[in-house]
Design a protein around this ligand. Structure first.
Ligand code: COA
Length: 378
């Protein structure tokens, strides 16, 4: 921990919450979600099961799962004002993460008296609709109305294209959403907890969390990570391109992590899911190229920053998997938000139940005892 008389600039090593939601062991490269090792949960659960698990601390029965699926499906349509806002955002060429942040803030329009659980379901259901609507409008196409007969993941893919997705693609997306659903006290989750800790509301917390997720040091990296793979184009160019970026002082997107000092376990799960999906329904040459870029990047980073243990993070295979699902790079981070929204809300529930106002201190480093100079003399 880098502290200086109690001051830790990035709060590394500071425990600011207790949680039953997920456990991140950065040295072992382990992620446990509500008791399940990530690989076991991600590849088996539907997204709705993962949501129920995080919000209730146990897996749903068949009836509970059917009820949750139906409730989420019914809550998918957006308020008219939200759709109008998305049209305006598209006209103004607003980036999809900003459009999501603006639209998320409108989600409780007309349902101000709903209880927290209903509001949470509404947010989970509608964040996916916002992202798909934004994508369609940016393509110059009409939004596709949600299909209540489809699961959350299948319906999202359907709303993007208007076509029923293959089982392989639905499984690929479901594995992705489960993989990113929760991850300890990351920056956006912390932001959400700080907001509800003031006894503010869930829509405010999710809006703030989306703002935090947008930055390239958090959820904004997968687009650039994929751009790098395309820029490299051929495995034999990987070393030269990546070395040039490092020489120019650039960071390699998709590598390095504040907590993981070994390969991010989410990279493992997403790499396997990407391989399975690309084999069934995709471009294996791209998968092979990405594997070779990963291997070269990790090798060069070990020489560039010895002792820093810069390894592959979640974003690298996120990029590959989401690209394989046919998503454009500009909705990679909004799609991350679709999964993480369930985790943010679970943390909000925990914070509301056990938490305390989060109010750290700052250390003043400015001048003291300044002399006041009247405006006429300045
Ligand atoms: N490429 C090149 N150098 C990197 C690097 C990367 N991806 N990640 C970290 N470094 C370097 C830093 O420049 C720093 O060097 P220095 O000690 O000489 O200043 C050192 O490694 C430690 O980095 P630091 O910024 O202290 O680590 P952090 O814990 O704050 O950062 C990230 C973690 C994720 C922000 C960082 O690794 C990063 O920027 N990665 C690229 C963006 C990315 O993939 N984000 C998605 C995160 S899931």
């Amino acid at each position: 921990m880098s502290t200086n008389n109690g001051y830790a600039p990035g709060l590394e090593g500071i425990v600011a919450a207790e949680t039953e939601l997920s456990h991140v062991d950065g040295l072992k490269g382990e992620l446990i979600i509500a008791g399940f090792p990530l690989a076991r949960l991600a590849a088996n659960a539907t997204f709705e099961e993962a949501v129920f698990l995080l919000w209730n601390g146990r897996l749903p029965t068949q009836i509970e799962l059917a009820d949750l699926k139906q409730e989420l499906a019914e809550l998918r349509p957006l308020p008219i004002a939200t759709v109008d806002l998305l049209h305006e955002a598209t006209k103004a060429r607003t980036n999809p993460m900003d459009a999501l942040r603006m639209a998320a803030a409108t989600l409780d329009l007309g349902s101000g008296s709903a209880d927290s659980l209903t509001t949470a379901k509404m947010i989970v259901a509608r964040v996916a609709t916002i992202v798909a609507t934004t994508h369609r409008l940016r393509q110059g196409e009409e939004p596709v109305a949600p299909d209540p007969a489809l699961s959350h993941a299948a319906n999202f893919l359907f709303m993007l294209t208007g076509e029923a997705p293959s089982d392989a693609r639905v499984r690929g997306l479901e594995t992705y959403l489960n993989t990113v659903v929760d991850h300890g006290l990351n920056a956006s989750t912390f932001a959400a907890r700080v907001i509800v800790a003031t006894q503010s509301d869930l829509v405010s917390a999710i809006t703030g969390a989306i703002g935090a997720l947008k930055g390239p040091l958090h959820g904004g990296a997968p687009g650039p990570a994929l751009d790098t793979v395309f820029e490299i184009g051929r495995a034999d160019r990987a070393e030269a391109v990546l070395q040039a970026k490092l020489d120019a002082g650039e960071r390699l997107m998709g590598f390095g992590h504040r907590v993981y000092k070994v390969r991010d376990p989410r990279a493992e799960v997403l790499g396997a899911a990407a391989e399975q999906m690309f084999r069934a329904d995709g471009d294996m040459a791209l998968y092979e190229l990405a594997k070779s870029v990963e291997e070269t990047a990790v090798r060069l980073l070990a020489v560039h920053k010895p002792g820093r243990n810069l390894q592959t993070n979640v974003e690298f295979y996120t990029a590959l998997l989401l690209h394989g699902l046919g998503l454009d790079t500009d909705i990679f981070t909004p799609t991350f938000a679709i999964g993480r929204t369930a985790g943010w809300l679970a943390h909000c529930f925990e914070q509301m139940k056990y938490g305390r106002l989060i109010r750290p201190q700052s250390r003043y480093t400015g001048v003291m005892d300044r002399v006041w100079v009247p405006i006429g003399q300045r």
